[in-house]
Write a protein that binds this ligand. Structure first.
Ligand code: PLP
Length: 408
């Protein structure tokens, strides 16, 4: 790969910094390097710029600027919200979450006993085969002991959207704090926090064309709150540590742009995604769409090419300069296919061959056409070498993944 063009369709992993965002940040690396906490005018102008950024973030969410706390990333926001909620009601030790959360929530919940020194009970709700959640099962999960609910707004692997407004309202009616990991939703879906009664919401800059290393935790006014990073009085005492000023400025500008591009995201980007998806489904036999067809982010498609390995597909795509990602990690690192696809009950013959394409406003129709030209022969070649493909009539819809040891 020398001067080959990169076709980047891995925007749920990270996005490019928008040129407008970079431009807004640059002065704060050079001439405007003051500390926003300083008493002099040099620092004060930086503090004012941070407050502009705070308003820009608040506006995208229809929140108040005072409800926005800048953090270092989506992961920090998730940890802060959940640990804060648990500290607010120390006598309650039950948490409701889902099987398909990002590791930032999933692994935190699994580590709570060690972190807090208390035993917690976690109800990790199953999802349906299309990745959606059954609200009746959700309602039944509440107990007198429930301290907090954490549910993602949109899934990073499949793009499936949860009914956060209804879920938050149910938690509120029970007096239980509600956190949503909205890292994938912000910038892609309209979000109105006057209308949606969540107590906490996490977002991350690098998923919406701001840089890596900046996040936000929205904390609704009046919500009991305990800081995660304890230190100086930054962020109104809600998060110690000198602000990542350039990141904050960039995120503010990115939120402003996201508001302007929301329509494009839901029309132009959606149409490109749909063209790619339907093209793959018609050109490649034995292709399965993972996730609900409609209740889904406009930029994400997750498809399984049955009987082959996602990793092998990615390596071939990489040679054409195409960047996507795979829900399977059978041959590298973890032996398990994606916990999200497993929670949906996707059979092993499909889970291992899953590929996620996640688009952005920077993708073009030419790029979609290029993928539709390059990918089908790759799949055909890999299947020609696959023992599963040869035996597909024997293992269709069942069997076990004994050959790779993933336990499915
Ligand atoms: C990327 C992502 C995160 C983590 O955000 P970081 O800023 O990388 O820590 C959390 N949740 C979801 C759904 C994500 O997609």
């Amino acid at each position: 790969m020398t001067d080959q063009k990169t076709i980047y369709m891995d925007n749920n992993a990270t996005t490019r910094v928008a040129p407008e965002v970079l431009e807004a940040m640059l002065p704060y690396f050079s001439e405007l390097y003051g500390n926003p906490s300083s008493m002099h005018r040099f620092g004060d102008q930086v503090r004012k710029a941070i407050e502009v950024a705070r308003s820009q973030v608040a506006e995208l969410l229809n929140a108040k600027p005072s409800e926005i706390v800048f953090t270092s990333c989506g992961t920090e926001s998730d940890s802060t919200a959940i640990l804060s909620a648990l500290q607010a009601s120390p006598e309650k030790r039950h948490i409701i979450t889902s099987r398909v959360e990002h590791p930032a929530v999933k692994n935190l919940c699994e580590s709570l006993d060690r972190l807090t020194g208390h035993k917690h009970t976690i109800t990790s709700l199953h999802v349906e085969s299309d990745g959606t959640i059954d609200l009746k099962k959700y309602e039944k999960a509440f107990t007198e002991e429930t301290a907090v609910v954490s549910m993602m707004w949109a899934n990073n692997e499949t793009g499936v959207i949860f009914p956060i407004k209804e879920m938050a309202a149910i938690a509120k009616s029970r007096g239980v704090l509600f956190h949503t990991d909205a890292v994938q939703a912000v910038g892609k879906l309209p979000i109105d926090l006057v209308d949606v009664p969540v107590d906490f919401l996490s977002l991350s800059g690098h998923k919406l064309h701001a840089p890596k290393g900046i996040g936000v935790l929205y904390v609704r006014k009046g919500t009991p709150y305990m800081p995660f990073l304890i230190g100086g009085h930054q962020e109104g005492g809600r998060r110690g540590g000198t602000e990542n000023v350039t990141g904050v400025i960039g995120l503010g500008r990115a939120c402003e742009l996201a508001g302007q591009m929301m329509h494009t995201e839901n029309t132009v980007v959606r149409a490109l995604r749909d063209k790619l998806e339907s093209g793959l489904m018609t050109k490649v036999p034995n292709t399965i769409l993972n996730g609900h067809k409609e209740d889904r982010l406009p930029n994400t498609t997750n498809v399984s090419f049955e009987y082959i390995e996602g990793e092998a597909i990615l390596l071939h795509l990489d040679q054409f300069g195409i960047c996507a990602s795979s829900g399977s990690a059978c041959t590298s690192g973890s032996l398990e296919p994606s916990h999200v696809l497993r929670a949906m009950g996707v059979p092993f013959t499909a889970a291992h061959g899953s590929i996620r394409f996640s688009l952005s406003i920077y993708n073009t129709e030419d790029e979609v056409d290029y993928i539709l030209e390059k990918l089908p022969p790759v799949i055909a070649n890999l299947r020609a070498m696959s023992p599963f493909w040869a035996d597909r009539d024997k293992i269709a819809g069942g069997g076990s993944c004994s050959s790779c040891g993933c336990g499915k």
